[in-house]
Write a protein that binds this ligand. Structure first.
Ligand SMILES: Nc1ncnc2c1ncn2[C@@H]1O[C@H](COP(=O)(O)OP(=O)(O)OP(=O)(O)O)[C@@H](O)[C@H]1O
Length: 582
């Protein structure tokens, strides 16, 4: 199914009632508009004819009807806008949720991908583009179809000859739709998006790196690269604009042809035949012609939707897979894990102790795990085994690029193994619901993320319900309570972007306090003292004692002597597996 069709189906499934009511309401102003023009044309002509013949005419009923139609048209348009936009914005709000859940659930370790900020910008633009599918395409198309069908019925009843111009109009409209749906336009749209992305990327690099560019004389080349991307965008846009203009022209011509053909067919019908009456009254002919004129207005509402069809289709093709991944991730978060081929036993399954000799169930265990980055020639981990006993502290060392961070990413389920089993206690990692996993396992990286918010809210990221007393206790355990208490606003003190306002060591200790709040069973630490001076690093390491006193198992990555001294065991990773234990 085409992405556009899937998108429309999704919106229909999400907003069934408002979706249909919106279309029904859109018919009201369109039909009122047509009848208004037709009736007005008929009425004016009938009055003129009656005046010329000196006959009396009832003008109360038609003028009241005209007024009612004018009011109906305005009210209908208001109601239609309200309903269709409300339905669309509600749908998009939900879709955004699903898309961002999908974005968040993607393998963060996937190979060289475009920068996440730019991807996010692209996604935001894509989702905004999707409002066109219903508002600019489905609604006007439904209206045009109903109006044309109504026009055909009227023509059959009143003047079958008028079916000819209607048929001409329909043929031209179909042609217009085919023009904008041509495959070559998809290529032009792809080129245009690539050029837009290049423009954004180059501009962002230009702004961020202008000092280095100036130092190394790279400013002219960087400027040329932006201009070049702009020129490529303009070139790619050309066929799209031409097709849109051609389609618009055809829509307008189809409207005019309906009118012209109407004139040809209907005017002679109004002429009296020899020795008898005209088959159609002059008033009816004028009424029908003006209705045809109104039809062109309905047709022109199709133009914006047709012009943006290729881009809407491409945006839907990018957004929908993410939304589907988001649906799966949200279902998993509710406790029904989406299962893959390497997911091992089903949820709720408990496994026998990994260490059959001692009968002790390890806190975390890797069994014959293999993992390869997408596009990489060789696996990073192959037949990899690791076992972390409850309360144990293990330090993982090894040469740069040997896969230490990959082990942590797998343990944190930020990515999944190609083969083998990872278990948390007696359960396969893949079967543990997301919320439970995040509560039981904490990850602390060398670049902890703190948000532009209060200290309390930064801590509550891990435990939203935590009381102020619990927050102070956690701060106390990492030796940060006095520092926070010394601030006039205490826990309500605001942090700047990325935790600005705290020193490097304080920021890291704050993330440790955040992790402590969930009382994790396992803590994964990736070079947490990297970039800190000796004294600060010692303070951070001392804070790790708080986890140990809670009974947690620690898996550390580090090359530093001070971290190694903390470990019960040191494991050396080399060639994809543990090469030595100390
Ligand atoms: N997203 C990715 N896509 C493809 N290959 C990757 C990706 N991330 C890491 N790699 C590769 O996988 C290997 C292991 O990377 P990893 O970051 O786990 O190593 P590491 O031992 O933690 O290195 P370091 O000590 O330098 O931090 C490296 O060769 C790296 O180039």
């Amino acid at each position: 199914m085409s992405p556009l069709r899937s998108l429309i189906r999704r919106q229909f499934a999400d907003q069934r009632g408002p979706f249909l009511i919106g279309i029904a309401l859109a018919l009201v102003p369109a039909l009122c508009g047509l009848l208004l023009l037709g009736l007005a044309g008929w009425f004016i002509t009938a009055c003129a004819v009656a005046g010329a013949a000196g006959l009396a005419v009832n003008y109360f009923t038609p003028s009241a009807l005209i007024r009612a139609l004018a009011i109906g048209r305005t009210a209908g348009r208001y109601g239609e806008r309200l309903m269709t936009h409300d339905a669309t914005f509600r749908f998009l709000a939900r879709l955004r949720g699903a898309v961002f859940a999908g974005f968040a659930s993607r393998r963060p370790a996937s190979a060289v991908e475009s920068r996440s900020g730019l991807r996010l910008a692209r996604l935001t633009l894509d989702i905004d583009q999707l409002d066109r599918a219903y508002l600019r395409f489905v609604v006007p198309l439904s209206v045009v179809c109903v109006v044309l069908a109504g026009g055909a019925v009227l023509a059959v009843l009143l003047a079958p000859a008028a079916l000819v111009p209607l048929a001409v109009g329909v043929v031209l409209l179909t042609l217009a739709a085919r023009i904008v749906a041509r495959r070559q336009l998809a290529t032009a749209a792809r080129r245009m998006e690539a050029a837009e992305e290049a423009m954004r990327l180059r501009s962002a690099d230009f702004v961020a790196g202008r000092r280095d560019l100036a130092i190394y004389g790279g400013l002219p080349a960087a400027t040329d690269a932006i201009l070049d991307a702009g020129a490529r965008r303009a070139r790619a846009e050309d066929p799209l604009e031409r097709a849109a203009s051609l389609a618009e022209g055809l829509v307008i011509i189809s409207g005019q042809l309906i009118l012209a053909a109407g004139l040809i067919v209907l005017v002679p019908a109004a002429a009296p035949v020899a020795g008898g009456e005209a088959s159609l009254s002059a008033a009816l002919v004028v009424g029908l012609l003006l209705t045809g004129l109104g039809l062109t207005e309905a047709l022109s509402s199709l133009v914006p939707g047709l012009a943006g069809l290729t881009r809407t289709e491409r945006a839907a093709a990018r957004v929908l897979p993410l939304a589907e991944a988001g649906d799966a991730a949200q279902a998993e978060r509710r406790g029904a894990p989406a299962r893959g081929p390497q997911d091992g036993p089903v949820a709720g399954t408990t496994l026998p102790p990994a260490d059959a000799g001692t009968g002790i169930q390890p806190a975390l265990c890797f069994e014959a795990v293999r993992f390869t980055y997408p596009g990489a020639a060789r696996p990073v981990l192959e037949d990899f085994d690791l076992s972390l006993a409850p309360g144990e502290t293990v330090c993982l060392v090894g040469p740069s690029g040997c896969g230490k961070s990959t082990v942590l990413a797998l343990a944190a389920r930020l990515t999944r193994p190609d083969d083998g089993l990872i278990r948390l206690g007696d359960r396969p990692l893949s079967t543990i619901p997301e919320a439970e996993l995040r509560r039981r396992l904490a990850v602390i990286s060398q670049k902890p993320v703190l948000f532009n918010d209060t200290i309390a809210e930064n801590l509550r990221l891990a435990a939203p319900q935590a009381s102020p007393e619990a927050l102070w206790a956690a701060l106390d355990q990492v030796g940060l309570a006095d520092t926070v208490a010394a601030r006039p606003d205490g826990l309500s003190a605001m942090l700047g972007e990325g935790g600005a306002g705290l020193s490097g060591g304080e920021a890291r200790r704050l993330t440790l306090a955040r992790a402590l709040l969930t009382r994790p069973e396992i803590v994964l630490l990736d070079e947490v003292t990297e970039g800190l001076d000796e004294a600060t690093a010692a303070g951070v390491l001392a804070s790790l004692g708080a986890f140990r006193s809670q009974g947690a198992s620690l898996l550390l990555i580090s090359h530093r002597r001070r971290e190694l001294a903390l470990a019960d065991r040191i494991l050396r990773l080399e060639g994809g597996r543990i090469a030595a234990t100390a």
